[in-house]
Structure formats: C-alpha cells, structure tokens
Design a binder for this molecule. Structure first.
Ligand SMILES: *Cc1c(COP(=O)(O)O)cnc(C)c1O
Length: 380
C-alpha cells in the first residue's frame, strides 16, 4: 500500500451535513453552515469580520482590492511562495517586489524588507511557511513606520500562533486556505479576515465578494433594492462546501493533535541521526499552537534530495519537493528577475523535501516512514 504525501481527514459527519443542505434546498452561498463555520472560526481565532471565499487565492485578491492598489504600486513579498501570493498584485496592475526568506524557517527575512521600500510601496505580503510564524512584531513595526498595509498569506498558517496570537489576525488582512492539501479543508475554499473596525471597509469587502452588489444590505433589510454598487466578483462558497468544512472544523483539534504527533516523531528521528548530509529540518516552534502543516528536510546537496525521494518512492512512500521560487519561475523571469537574484532560494527548491503528514496516518504507516527515512539517509 502506497503511503501518500497527503490525505484529507475523513469526517463522516460531512455526509450528514451535506445531506441537510441538499434537503433544505438552500445550496447557494451564505446560509446555515456558512454562519456556523464563521461563528466557530471567529471564536477560535478570537477575531471578527471573517468572510469565506472560494479559495485563499480569492481571499488574497479581495485583500488587494480593499487596499485600492493603484497601477504600478509595489507590494513586497518573498520569492519562495505559491503563485497566488503574487497573482493578486499583478491582477490589479501592481508590481511585485520579491525578497528573501530566512534560511531555516523559510519565512520572510525581515532584515531585507526595508531596503526594498520606495515611495511606490503600498503593502507587504508575508507567508507563514508550513505554519511557522513570520516575525510579526518586526513586520508590523516596519509597516507602521512606512505607512504600509500587511496582508498575511496564512494559507498554511491556520491555528498556528505568534506570541499567543493566531496567525492571520495580526496584519491588516489575513487570508486562509481550505484547499484539499491544507490541514482543514473542503476541497477548494478560503477565508479572509479583515482586522479593522472600519465599517466602510467591511461593507466593501461584502460588496466585492457578492458580485459588486449590496446583497448584504438587502438581506439585512437595510435597503429596498438589491443593486450594483461596486466593482466586484463572485467569491462566495456554496453551502455544500461549508457543510463539509463545518465537519472538518469540528475535528480541528483532533487533526491538530495527530499532525503534531507525526511531526514530533520525525523531529525525534532526525535528532537521533544527526546526519551531516542535512542542512536543516523542521523544528516547529515553542508556541503552544503549532499546526504542523509541513515537515521538511533541507539537504546540503540537490543530489541527496533526489536520492532520498527515489529511495522513499521505491518503498511506496511519497515525499515531495515544494515551491519553485517565483523569481526564477517562467513568470518571474518574464517580470525581469534573474535566476541568481536570490542564490539561497535558487538552490533551496532542489534541496528541500517534504515528508508525508496527514491526520489519518496509521501507526504502521508512520513507523514504516520513520524506518525508511533512516535507511535512505544512510544510503544517499
Ligand atoms: C495553498 C496556498 C495558497 C493558495 O490557496 P488556495 O486556497 O488553493 O487558493 C496561497 N498561498 C500559499 C502560501 C499556499 O500554500
């Protein structure tokens, strides 16, 4: 039996919830399960103004629309991230300014941000890689001193904390993903947190999300006519997805605990091996809440990573690489970046390997992976 890299957590309750939605006939957006999910998440995150979207990609797009990014205005972000972090800026005519990540936790290197700020800079998008928190105190300080917005791409950061605060709740906006590959998922889905008390901004987010209409005001019986009031799009997930997501959210503590157990077991194995072929491996953090989204090993040479993946594959264990840094992807080069702009990132993606981690992993599967990691590291 193949051990996959990832597997969505199985929740029987999801079937019951979806059946309820189908029977109710209210299969569109913003019904019973959307509000249940919102209630539960806002409480758990200790935050307000959470709106569900059809993806984190859409949540990021919504955030960029809410800051009213003008043509050619710049947004700083790490090159080592998923394309969605950059697409949202280009989609609104902005310019992407890539920067570097820390060599260990792969979060944005805060010492390199300020040198990239110009009069055209409007925002910083930070990515909490693998659930590890970026240094939010430093980032918010830089942003405040330079009058910039901070958007947290917390696609991988749900339920991880920074100094006791949930990721996604610290910047001006927080964006989450419920994609199939994330800890808590509904296939395709996302959410945005608007960390502001500005009623106008919150209302605008609702308008944009609802095709540029004032449907929210109409539903709340604040206006007589439902009409076009802003430039918008369609970002609302259907109740079918929210019904599935609700079952996942209700299981979030189990998912969390199980992932953390697997994560810690990998840490222990690698702590024991002390291999000189390895440059770094995931350490998690000291925070009480760490979501164990990714366990990665950075090898000293790309050849080691190749060999390691091959040996695991021969044993039916799927281990994967991760992001091709955006600056040296096809689009990044088209934007004028050069392969050698960020040498660490340039080599990182060939040296980094992610190990299987999913809540439903059995003890038998986990033991096999542990054993084969040890063998593979000896052999490469
Ligand atoms: C998964 C991911 C996204 C995209 O999330 P979707 O919900 O699939 O749109 C964006 N940024 C990062 C860092 C991600 O890992």
């Amino acid at each position: 039996m193949e051990i996959p890299f990832n597997k969505p957590y199985y929740t029987y309750k999801a079937i019951e919830n979806i059946d309820n939605v189908i029977k109710s006939g209210k299969i569109g957006a913003d019904g019973y399960y959307t509000s249940k999910c919102r209630e539960l998440l806002e409480k758990r995150l200790n935050a307000k103004n959470l709106l569900f979207t059809t993806s984190c990609t859409h949540a990021l797009e919504l955030a960029v629309k809410l800051i009213d990014l003008k043509k050619d205005e710049q947004v700083i972000m790490p090159s080592y991230t998923f394309p969605s972090t950059a697409n949202c800026v280009l989609a609104d005519g902005g310019k992407v300014v890539f920067t570097e990540v820390n060599h260990d936790d792969l979060c944005i290197d805060t010492s390199k941000i300020e040198e990239k700020i110009t009069p055209m800079t409007r925002a910083i998008i930070v990515v909490h890689y693998g659930g590890s928190p970026c240094d939010m105190d430093k980032i918010m300080d830089i942003a405040n001193r330079n009058d910039l917005f901070v958007i947290e791409d917390a696609a991988q950061g749900l339920f991880s904390t920074y100094k006791g605060r949930q990721l996604g709740t610290i910047g001006h906006f927080g964006c989450y993903s419920f994609h199939e590959t994330k800890n808590v998922s509904c296939g395709e889905g996302g959410a945005i947190l608007i960390n502001s008390n500005d009623e106008h901004l919150i209302r605008r987010a609702e308008y944009i999300r609802q095709k540029g209409t004032n449907r929210i005001d109409f539903n709340n019986k604040n206006v007589e006519f439902y009409q076009w009031v802003d430039v918008g799009s369609s970002y609302c997930p259907s109740e079918m997805l929210m019904a599935y997501l609700y079952a996942q959210l209700e299981s979030m503590d189990i998912i969390h605990k199980k992932r953390l157990n697997i994560f810690n077991r990998y840490v222990n194995v690698l702590d024991k091996i002390k291999s000189d072929k390895i440059f770094f491996y995931s350490k998690g953090n000291d925070e009480e809440d760490f979501n164990a989204h990714i366990f990665y090993i950075i090898f000293k040479k790309a050849d080691y990573a190749d060999g390691f993946i091959d040996i695991l594959k021969d044993n039916d264990i799927m281990a994967y690489r991760h992001f091709v840094p955006l600056h040296l992807s096809k689009m990044g080069l088209a934007l004028g970046y050069q392969e050698n702009d960020f040498p660490y990132e340039r080599d990182l993606y060939k040296k980094l390997v992610r190990l299987p981690i999913y809540a439903d992993m059995t003890e038998e599967e986990l033991s096999k992976v542990e054993e084969k990691i040890i063998d593979a590291i000896k052999e490469i």
